[in-house]
Write a protein that binds this ligand. Structure first.
Ligand code: ZN
Length: 139
């Protein structure tokens, strides 16, 4: 592999593994994925965005059950995809793991975990990224 041909997912890894957000130094809004400019403050926030390491905990706002996986998906179907509101404020969409489909609930507390997301057939690369698992599963 020649220099400059580094696949996109490698460059994204630090962000994926650490759940780094940006916090506006002006209005304190938190953005994930990070943004350069706060859309709320606009120009006033220039140069005032701070890096923020997210704790990776939050709760399920809503969810959907996926019955048809995408081409490179690893794992079993059906599986739940949830919109999660992180404790710091930002929302993101992620798969819920370590949980039965019927046990996913709105308002359920979850925590980030790093898992295989997909396998890239032609170069054999495995993509990792964040998924979420329940903090507490009541049986
Ligand atoms: Zn702002």
């Amino acid at each position: 592999m020649t220099e400059g041909a580094v696949p996109r997912f490698w460059r994204e890894i630090p962000q994926r593994y650490n759940l780094i957000a940006n916090k506006c130094g002006n209005c304190s809004k938190v953005y994930f994925p990070p943004r350069e400019v706060c859309p709320y403050c606009r120009r006033e926030s220039m140069g005032k965005m701070e890096e923020l390491n997210l704790k990776g905990t939050g709760k399920v706002l809503t969810y959907t059950i996926i019955y048809t996986p995408s081409e490179h998906f690893i794992g079993q179907v059906p599986y739940p995809i949830a919109i999660i509101k992180l404790d710091e404020g930002p929302k993101l969409t992620a798969q819920i793991v370590d949980c039965e489909v019927e046990d996913v609930k709105i308002g359920m507390k979850v925590k980030s975990t790093f898992r295989k997301i997909s396998e890239d057939g032609y170069i054999g690369a495995i993509h990792y990224g964040y998924k979420f698992k329940p903090i507490e599963v009541k049986s």
